[in-house]
Structures are given as structure tokens and as C-alpha cells.
Write a protein that binds this ligand. Structure first.
Ligand SMILES: [Zn+2]
Length: 240
């Protein structure tokens, strides 16, 4: 029996038979996998902690007849403070739902795992606006999946928008492009939202920054940043 050692975090758990669980783990090396944890619901199970939602562990797995089984596990971080804060837990639940819906079983998830760990660390430890964290997460997640807007210039006239002095930029969510003040009326204006320049700069900061630095910015208002995160996510989902 070949044993596979991985690090990962449980992003979904469900009951399987009386005392067993099926846990979905976002791993560092074999992607997102569903694992049968036999006896994990028993109070004396060695997997009791590791098989819980949001617990980050080192797992030893084996495969049998096409299924992964849990052989042993040791906890790295339980994110205890997050799980006792209902507001934050609700946010984390939304994030894992999003990850679950955009990733396939066995798809390479190393960067998404890092992004998720950084994000829940930021929620847990950093004194940042939650809208900043959640929407930076969404933007980065879709960047990693290859859906981020590529150009920081106007899609119509090629004007560079990062350096432009205009107060606002415009995002066409159907075409996933930005437009300048002069060109905002090009195409279907019903699919265009107006964003502050500071929001636009923040979006590109997140798209281009290292995972470790992606929350290192501030905005006076997160209203537009949240609007972009929502519209961007909805658009990607309608196209997936
Ligand atoms: Zn333009």
C-alpha cells in the first residue's frame, strides 16, 4: 500500500455511513481530493480534529479501488479564533464555497491553497477591512484561474489608465475590459460599471502582487472594490 503525504485544509466535510466522514481537502501536491476518513465521527478517533472543516493538517493518505482513505493525520493549525467568530466563519464559508465551485477534483491547487491560507490568516490576524480581504481574495482567485482582466489600459483607445489623471475608470464586465472616460459609451453601456481610480489601482495591485503582499493596501472606501469583486465573480460564473 503506497502512502501519500500531503499538507492540506479541509474545505468540506460530510457524513458517510454511521461513523465515517468524507472530507474534501485542498492539498499542496495532489490538488483537491475527497477522502474517506473511517471512524472520524467517533469521539476517540485519531482523526477527530483533522477531519473537521477548516483544520489545516499534514495528512497521510492511501488509495484503494479508486478512493482516497485517511491513514493518519497531524494538526498544523485549527484556526480556532476564526471558528468561534460567527461573522468571520460565515465569510470563510463563502470563500470555501467559491473554491469548491471553481476547482475540480485532482486539479492542481497549490497556489489556491496558499491564497486561501493567506486569506484566512489575514481574516484571523490582520486588522483589515473585511471587504478588502474578501474581494482581494476573489480577484486573486480568478487571476490564478486565468480570468483576470489583462490590460490596464483602455480597451478602445489604449490610453494608459494606471497613470491617467481621470477620477474614474469604467469596467465592461461582458468583455472583461476597462475603458476610459471618453470611451465608456463604446459598446453596450448597460454592462459598464464606474469605479474610482483608487479602486482600479487596487484591482491591478492585487492582480500583480505576490500572494504574501496582496492585502497590503488601503482604500478610503471599499464600496467600489466590493462592487467590482461581486460583478467580476458573477460574470465569471455566468461564463463557466
Ligand atoms: Zn479610451
Amino acid at each position: 500500500m503506497k502512502l501519500i503525504k500531503v499538507k492540506g485544509i479541509v474545505i468540506r466535510e460530510s457524513t458517510y455511513k454511521d461513523n465515517d466522514k468524507i472530507i474534501t481537502i485542498l492539498t499542496d501536491s495532489i490538488g483537491k481530493v475527497s477522502v474517506i476518513a473511517k471512524g472520524a465521527k467517533k469521539t476517540n478517533s485519531p482523526y477527530l480534529a483533522s477531519s473537521q472543516y477548516l483544520v489545516y493538517s499534514e495528512f497521510v493518505l492511501y488509495q484503494n479501488t479508486g478512493y482516497f482513505y485517511l491513514n493518519s493525520a497531524s494538526v498544523i493549525n485549527t484556526f480556532y479564533n476564526l471558528r468561534i467568530d460567527l461573522d468571520k466563519l460565515q465569510i470563510v464559508f463563502e470563500l470555501t464555497k467559491l473554491i469548491n465551485s471553481v476547482t475540480d477534483e485532482n486539479q492542481d491547487c497549490e497556489k489556491i491553497l496558499k491564497l486561501f491560507l493567506n486569506t484566512i490568516y489575514a481574516l484571523d490576524k490582520l486588522d483589515k477591512d473585511k471587504k478588502l480581504i474578501v474581494n482581494a481574495f476573489k480577484i486573486k482567485l480568478f487571476t490564478l484561474l486565468g480570468f483576470a482582466p489583462r490590460q490596464d489600459k483602455c480597451a478602445n483607445c489604449s490610453k494608459l489608465l494606471l497613470d491617467a489623471e481621470e477620477e474614474f475608470v469604467y469596467y465592461n464586465y461582458v468583455d472583461n475590459v476597462f475603458l476610459c472616460e471618453n470611451c465608456k459609451g463604446i459598446g453596450d453601456s448597460r454592462s459598464v460599471i464606474r469605479l474610482t481610480k483608487a479602486t482600479f489601482n487596487a484591482i491591478f495591485y492585487v492582480i500583480r502582487s505576490d500572494l504574501k503582499k496582496m492585502f497590503s493596501f488601503e482604500l478610503k472606501s471599499y464600496t467600489d472594490f466590493e462592487l467590482f469583486g461581486q460583478v467580476f465573480t458573477d460574470t465569471i460564473f455566468s461564463g463557466i
